[in-house]
Design a protein around this ligand. Structure first.
Ligand SMILES: *Cc1c(COP(=O)(O)O)cnc(C)c1O
Length: 385
């Protein structure tokens, strides 16, 4: 297999992990739609025994995603939550986790409603200034879990500063990199131990697959995660693996357009009279703009806005009046989406917590797609006036 590790990002996105099928020369990795593999006699096989453990289509995808993060290992899961679940299973009762107070709703739900019951303690803190983290470190702290940019208020957390605290205290650092796929940000290079992706979003990119991934360099962490992966079994199917590989071949092109459109729309909304507040890390007055500039290649296409003088009903009416943007959960696909976090993606977070973290009832989140920018701006204009 050609080694593409020294090639540039777009070349790696297209070629890493994909090699012509040895029996036919097919340029696209075949969809190995099989659950099991025939053995000559017990234990003698071609390296594949049962598809929960290994499937060639999934392996090709895992090599590809590892390459995008310049990493040694990747494991793909049947969803982003499935991949986070595997990370949490590295912990034991009594262990403590320090994480942000502005997490994806599903992550907050899994921590508080599932893993808290298994005796794991979570500290949800403001990580805006990474020095805050040190105050919560004790002998039981085993994991710092960071999401950056955060969802939906686009706070930026300093990954390198978190990595230093993790290293000094012998703690694992995991980063949910869903909002800044490998084209934009590579946390392993900044000192993180585990990178997690909801592949459902930018990596898949076409709103047709639910999948997750973990990317690591450390062999020991990888071995533990691979054991959990096979033992607990949240593994993705071959068809989905194929679709994601196909999606990733244009990741660099899509990201360039997401970033371009994102910037244009952020600039349009910033001065719009209906917009009270806008969250986008590319603005110089964003509180952690300098950190965003340091750790991200560009600022992406995720934007959140607080609408001026809008009740929940007004906000609902606005959210349902778009013609090009679709009102839907999720993000990162080619099509532009608008989402009402308080009742959709973040509904599982209690209102008091939501208000505290800025997820107010008149906040809308935009996932800017790759359509023509003129049409997107026109759509915003017809909705907002
Ligand atoms: C969507 C999302 C997840 C969960 O991923 P699924 O693929 O939906 O299970 C986790 N973190 C963030 C930031 C997300 O946006």
């Amino acid at each position: 297999m050609t080694d593409f590790s020294n090639h540039k990002f777009g070349t790696r996105a297209i070629h890493s992990g994909a090699e012509p099928d040895p029996t036919t020369g097919a340029i696209m990795t075949p969809i190995f739609q099989t659950s099991t593999y025939v053995q000559e006699y017990p234990g003698k096989h071609k390296g594949y025994a049962y598809a929960r453990g290994k499937n060639p289509t999934r392996e090709a995808l895992q090599k590809n995603i590892a390459s995008l993060e310049n990493a040694k290992h990747c494991l793909c899961f049947s969803s982003g939550m499935g991949s986070m679940d595997a990370v949490m299973k590295l912990l034991r009762p009594g262990d403590e986790v320090i994480t942000g107070d502005d997490l994806y709703g599903g992550s907050y739900r899994m921590f508080t409603k599932i893993f808290a019951n298994f005796g794991i303690r979570f500290h949800f803190i403001n990580m805006h200034d990474a020095n805050n983290i040190s105050k919560y470190v004790n002998v039981n702290t085993k994991l710092i879990w960071v999401e950056t940019p955060t969802n939906p208020t686009m706070q930026i957390i300093d990954i390198e500063a978190c990595a230093k605290i993790a290293k000094d205290n012998n703690i694992m650092l995991g980063v949910d990199n869903t909002f800044a796929p490998p084209f934009l940000q590579n946390p392993l290079a900044l000192g993180a131990h585990i990178v997690m992706h909801s592949v459902t979003k930018y990596l898949g990119g076409h709103s047709d697959v639910v999948m997750g991934a973990l990317v690591v360099n450390d062999d020991a962490i990888y071995e533990q995660l691979a054991f959990i992966h096979n033992s607990c079994g949240a593994t993705p199917g071959p068809m989905d693996s194929f679709l994601v590989m196909r999606g990733i071949k244009t990741l660099h092109l899509r990201m360039e357009r997401h970033c371009y459109n994102g910037r244009k729309i952020a600039e349009f909304l910033k001065t719009h009279p209906k917009v009270e507040k806008i969250y986008w890390p590319g603005f110089e007055d964003h509180p952690n703009h300098e950190i965003a500039k340091k750790q991200m290649r560009d600022f992406g296409g995720m934007i959140a806005i607080v609408l001026k003088h809008c009740t929940v009903e007004d906000t609902f009416n606005i959210a349902s009046s778009f013609k090009v943007f679709s009102l839907a959960e999720s993000l990162g696909g080619v099509e532009s989406l608008v989402n009402h976090p308080a009742t959709m993606t973040h509904a599982s977070i209690p209102k008091a917590e939501r208000d505290k973290s800025g997820v107010v009832d008149n906040l809308l989140r935009l996932s800017v797609g790759v359509e023509d920018i003129e049409d997107l701006i026109e759509d915003l204009r017809q909705v907002l006036g």
